[in-house]
Write a protein that binds this ligand. Structure first.
Ligand SMILES: Cc1cc2nc3c(=O)[nH]c(=O)nc-3n(C[C@H](O)[C@H](O)[C@H](O)COP(=O)(O)O)c2cc1C
Ligand code: SF4
Ligand code: SF4
Length: 436
């Protein structure tokens, strides 16, 4: 049984799974239910001057029968009074001393930041998260992503906060920026103890083609909303790795964005996250999902011989490098397992129309049939010599592990684009001829 407990910039938590700041982290009642279900921490719904929300406020991208592949909201921060939120944080901390409670904060002036920091400390919160990410409504008032998009402003505000900070400070970053590492570096430079990412991504998920109003609908109008859920995971992982590999960031990272299963969690940890936060998956399936996530992560750690979550953290960070360093002489080809192939020929169509025309349809005896002759029994056959190893057929194949990409040795020494350019410049190599 692996040790799931974590130390996140000095904050101890029984496991890395935290409820992210959002609707499931709005009240003491929800924090109690989350901890009873097994969550290790909760990041309170952002506390600030109470706001007024619109009705409606959510929309989603559904694909086929899968609901909420992507989720969009135009909700603002907490609509409850700060004193109510801080009182409830204190109550929850008293009931759950070993669990993590983070106060998420958003305000404006130096004086107000100092005031909110003091109230967070008094409430017994284990740390604070500065919300520099909200991409709607609050940014129009000079807060949220308006701060997160400007490294100088991040540095200034984190500086104010650090003047009075007695508990760890996490800076939550916006993905609505060209290069998130500039924002992360500014936070680290100003003394933040940790960063968290990502908040939601600007988006429009649906347009009603009768009323011509996008969702969510508010009295004949809509507004750009923040996108989250499974669809944003690749974007979050990319930003996470960028920050985790940047020597000028070097603070712990709380990973957020599309986490809903243990495998997502393991991937975020491997790419450099120390703690994990979940919002949309809880809104979709409830607090109970943490049971499977904990069990799955534990089984995975055991299967790899990792004694703790910390041993997985960052394992994959160094496996990403600039494209120019990749080995151009590495080669893979597609191989079909005919025992599991169901003969749908999706691989043939994909390679023929969308890739490199190197899957033939042949009759079972292996005689080529050619275009226009596709009898029922034709089966796909990869011409290995022409396969460029792009992966497309394996990705479209509906049967797991039916097409595998197998490395083939073509007898060439490893050579990156960078090395190729150096060899050309030094005259030790002639240009490789282009494909016909
Ligand atoms: C309806 C809704 C409200 C949210 N409110 C907040 C908030 O008040 N403060 C904050 O920092 N993030 C807020 N978020 C962003 C989440 O904390 C999280 O960063 C984002 O949803 C990505 O994680 P997910 O894919 O697990 O949902 C909200 C998200 C949603 C869906
Ligand atoms: S896509 Fe997969 S299952 Fe379908 S024909 Fe190709 S290999 Fe067989
Ligand atoms: S890997 Fe790409 S090129 Fe090779 S057979 Fe599949 S689709 Fe065609």
């Amino acid at each position: 049984m692996a040790d799931l407990s974590i130390d996140f910039c000095g904050i101890q938590s029984p496991n890395p799974f935290w409820v992210a700041s959002g609707p499931p982290a709005n009240t003491a009642y929800q924090a109690d239910r989350a901890f009873e279900a097994g969550w290790g921490g909760t990041v309170w719904k952002t506390i600030g001057d109470p706001i007024i929300n619109t009705s409606s406020r959510y929309s989603a991208l559904n694909i086929g029968s899968q609901r909420m592949v992507g989720f969009n909201n135009i909700e603002l921060i907490s609509d409850r009074a700060p004193e109510t939120n801080f009182r409830e944080i204190a109550e929850v901390k008293k009931r759950w001393p070993a669990h993590t409670v983070i106060a998420s904060l958003m305000t404006d002036t130096r004086e107000n930041w100092h005031d909110y920091m003091k109230r967070s400390l008094d409430s017994g919160a284990d740390g604070v998260e500065l919300n520099f990410g909200c991409p709607h409504g609050m940014c129009e008032r000079g807060m949220g992503s308006a701060v997160g998009q400007n490294p100088d402003v991040i540095e200034a505000i984190v500086g104010w906060v650090m003047e009075v900070a007695e508990i760890p400070v996490i800076v939550k970053l916006t993905p609505n920026i060209t290069d998130v590492t500039y924002a992360a570096r500014a936070a680290a430079k100003a003394g933040a103890d940790a960063i968290s990412l990502i908040n939601t991504i600007n988006s429009i998920t649906q347009v009603n083609l009768d009323s011509f109003v996008p969702e969510p609908y508010v009295d004949g109008m809509s507004s750009h909303g923040g996108y989250c859920g499974p669809a944003v995971k690749p974007i979050a992982l990319n930003m996470l790795q960028s920050c985790a590999s940047d020597p000028d960031v070097s603070v712990p990272i709380s990973g957020i964005g599309g986490i809903g299963q243990w495998r997502d969690a393991a991937e975020f940890l491997a790419l450099g996250a120390t703690s994990l936060q979940v919002c949309t998956a809880i809104m979709h399936y409830g607090f109970r999902i943490v049971e499977d996530m904990k069990e799955g992560l534990n089984d995975y750690l055991d299967s790899k011989g990792f004694a703790s979550v910390a041993e997985l953290t960052g394992k994959a960070v160094a496996s990403l490098a600039k494209w120019e360093t990749l080995n151009l002489n590495y080669h893979r080809v597609a191989e079909i397992d005919y025992d599991s192939c169901i003969g749908c020929n999706l691989c043939y169509v994909a390679c023929e129309d969308g890739a490199h025309q190197c899957i033939d349809l042949v009759d079972p005896e292996g005689r080529g049939l050619g275009p226009g002759r596709v009898p029922e029994k034709a089966i796909p056959q990869v011409r290995a010599v022409d396969c460029v190893g792009c992966n497309l057929c394996a990705l479209v194949c509906p049967v797991d592990d039916c097409i595998t990409m197998t490395a083939v040795d073509r007898g060439r020494d490893p050579m990156s684009w960078k090395q190729y350019q150096e060899k050309l410049a030094s005259g030790t190599m002639k240009p490789i001829p282009a494909h016909p």
